[in-house]
Design a protein around this ligand. Sequence first.
Ligand SMILES: Nc1nc2c(c(=O)[nH]1)N[C@H]1C(S)=C(S)[C@@H](COP(=O)(O)OP(=O)(O)OC[C@H]3O[C@@H](n4cnc5c(=O)[nH]c(N)nc54)[C@H](O)[C@@H]3O)O[C@H]1N2
Ligand SMILES: Nc1nc2c(c(=O)[nH]1)N[C@H]1C(S)=C(S)[C@@H](COP(=O)(O)OP(=O)(O)OC[C@H]3O[C@@H](n4cnc5c(=O)[nH]c(N)nc54)[C@H](O)[C@@H]3O)O[C@H]1N2
Ligand code: SF4
Ligand SMILES: [Mo]
Length: 722
Amino acid sequence: MSDLIQYFREKQLKQSSEQIMKGRCPYCSMQCSMELIEEHIIQRKRFKVKPNKQDPTSEGRLCIKGLQAHQHAINGERVKYPLYKIDGEWVRISWDLALEMIAEQFSSLQQEYGSDSIGVYGGGSLTNEEAYLLGKFARVGLKTKYIDYNGRFCMSAAASAANATFGIDRGMTNQLTEIADAKCIILAGTNIAECQPTIMPYFRKAKKNGAFIIAIDPRETATTKFADLHIKVKPGTDANLAMGMLKVLVDEKYCDETFIAERTKGFEPVLDQVNQVSVATIAKQCGITSDEIRVAARHYGQAETGMIFTARGVEQHANGYQTVRHFLNLVLATGKIGKHACGYGAVTGQGNGQGGREHGQKADQLPGYRSIENETDRKYIADIWGVDESELPRKGVSAYELIEKIDREEIKALFLMGSNPVVSSPNAVFVEKALEKLDFLVVVDMFISETARMADLILPTTSYLEDEGTMTNLEGRVVYRHAERKAPKEVKHDWQIVCELAKSLGKDHYFTYEKVEDIFNELRQASKGGTADYFGITYDRVKNGGVFWPCPDSSHQGTLRLFEKSFHTTDGRAQFHIGHELIRSEKATKKYPLILTTGRLMEHYLTGVQTRRSQELIERSKEPFVEIHPQTALEYNIENDTLVRIESKRGSVIVKSKVTESIREDTLFAPFHWGDFQCINRVTNPALDPVCRMPEFKVSSVKISPVQPVKEKVAQESVVIS
Ligand SMILES: Nc1nc2c(c(=O)[nH]1)N[C@H]1C(S)=C(S)[C@@H](COP(=O)(O)OP(=O)(O)OC[C@H]3O[C@@H](n4cnc5c(=O)[nH]c(N)nc54)[C@H](O)[C@@H]3O)O[C@H]1N2
Ligand SMILES: Nc1nc2c(c(=O)[nH]1)N[C@H]1C(S)=C(S)[C@@H](COP(=O)(O)OP(=O)(O)OC[C@H]3O[C@@H](n4cnc5c(=O)[nH]c(N)nc54)[C@H](O)[C@@H]3O)O[C@H]1N2
Ligand code: SF4
Ligand SMILES: [Mo]
């Protein structure tokens, strides 16, 4: 018997293997790194995930999503070869045929309707190299001006506000380690505890050191529970709140006059504006008390050091640009910037939400944060790319407007890489109908997402464990992503797909890279001298803990803290903002009496394509819901944990109710991680910010009603008939 056991043990050992890999979480902007141990025991695979203690940003932490991220990468539903749709059925085809087909379709459409008849849509999960390449491919490979990406729905308000105020858009002005010494911290519309969980210890340290923490959110979250003061603001009124706080700072003399005089401009008109507002009126507009505004302003004004963070809660509005600028007025008025533990942070969302917005995926942008409308910038990039400046297209339109152009049949084909707009765009019913009008839709993804389902052709791409490159995290630190797992045999990297497609379009001479580092080296050159200057950042340097941009040469240590001496504007001064026109496109009406806001849950990531394929995560959070206050639930006859219909003038969804006192009475909240009839974006509002074109994801006027069980409904109807 023991011989037999011994025999099987030896056999098992022979068939077992272990691979140790370095990796970096594919999800949020913390970009936590890890070590993965993949064990093969006979036929079974087992993963162990260990955080990387040396990671300077995560400091050796991983959240629940990072610990489970491999589950989607090894999921059996991964697309493993190109798929072509014939009569509604997916058919496996070869790469050669797939690429030939795209080239043929794109070329013939362009011949008939012009270069701009093809659109390109990218994403903030792509590496810096891939985001750069996609921008170049649109302008040089396809010569279309229509490229934009999902970051339009994410960072555009904060980015445009920071550019206008400071002359540069790097999400955080300081390193995370400085948070510990900030004595007052304002968290405006940011749920860091659930959206960047591994950041929390930085804030816990600050609290331990005596910081006063203020959270502004219409509902209670793990973040507001951690704060000392929770201002339960009415959605869409944050700009007013910030203006009220500025009034208190001015009236009670908390402004730093020397800083204002020496380092800023435009304060006088702001003073005039502040003198015209009343804290009591603002409190009423925001659905809060005057005291809350005063307490918050005094704490921030009195504190020696302080930081303000904003995220999508205050940014995803048709007045998102203005709202962020009003918060930046607070930073400038108190001079709390450019010094230790003083600064601003737009908490970047996606894994490469920072780098993805710097190197050319945006409609109006060239690499290095250059402008596609600036003649010098155009010439510089045209030279790097080896084309004539006159050949470069001009600026295109934002993501939602691109979909509107598809609806108007001005754009005939779309090349989509790294996004799921059928679920993530506002007014999703319209978006789906628009995409149906395309002559040809190509989707590059790991899975058949809700959008990929509509494609003519799906090209399979590699996952975070397989695709090497650099990412720029929420601090502005450029980091290296190892890719040590072998990709499934027929699956290609996004950058390879772009290069091969360029080749089939006869443009291969512009895309001659042997390895991904070659693309990064071209990006370095292209960004040289630009606002987002990566020239001094090399693969050797990023492999060693990462480098903060701007980094103009290889002897530069990288810019850890921005604005110590001057701002990035032409005269070096930061610009105050005035603005009375606080657009809120939808108000509660008789027909749609409630305000719906949307956001995230800890367990899921964006449209859920990846996290809904993780056993562990879906078990923790199976289905969507809507948070509703008990008083409101009573009014609309809604019981806890029952099906309800949420309806706006655009569409409706059915989700479960979650009756909770943690939300304002006039507000509903729903996560957006699910598709089809549970996709909350069927209801949301596509009103766009006039400056940055951010949609109003956080304010939609809606009504809510219980969905009666079918039996009950039939019984009721039969009574009516008889
Ligand atoms: N678990 C998880 N983490 C993520 C993501 C994810 O999908 N899941 N996504 C990543 C990405 S791409 C992003 S952009 C970030 C987003 O990170 P956050 O912006 O922090 O996330 P949200 O949940 O969209 O919004 C934050 C909070 O804003 C509140 N809010 C809603 N409307 C308003 C308003 O009008 N005013 C104010 N003051 N607050 C309001 C919501 O109640 C919510 O608690 O998270 C990143 N991290
Ligand atoms: N109602 C509401 N809607 C929102 C928001 C909100 O707060 N409320 N937030 C908005 C925000 S901030 C964001 S960032 C967007 C995000 O919205 P989307 O861009 O739709 O986000 P994802 O779910 O990440 O979709 C990415 C798709 O690309 C695939 N993918 C992942 N990594 C890669 C890769 O490396 N290469 C390729 N080719 N494919 C990849 C995934 O499988 C998935 O199908 O949603 C926006 N929509
Ligand atoms: S989801 Fe964000 S916080 Fe969590 S492990 Fe991944 S990168 Fe880190
Ligand atoms: Mo985002």
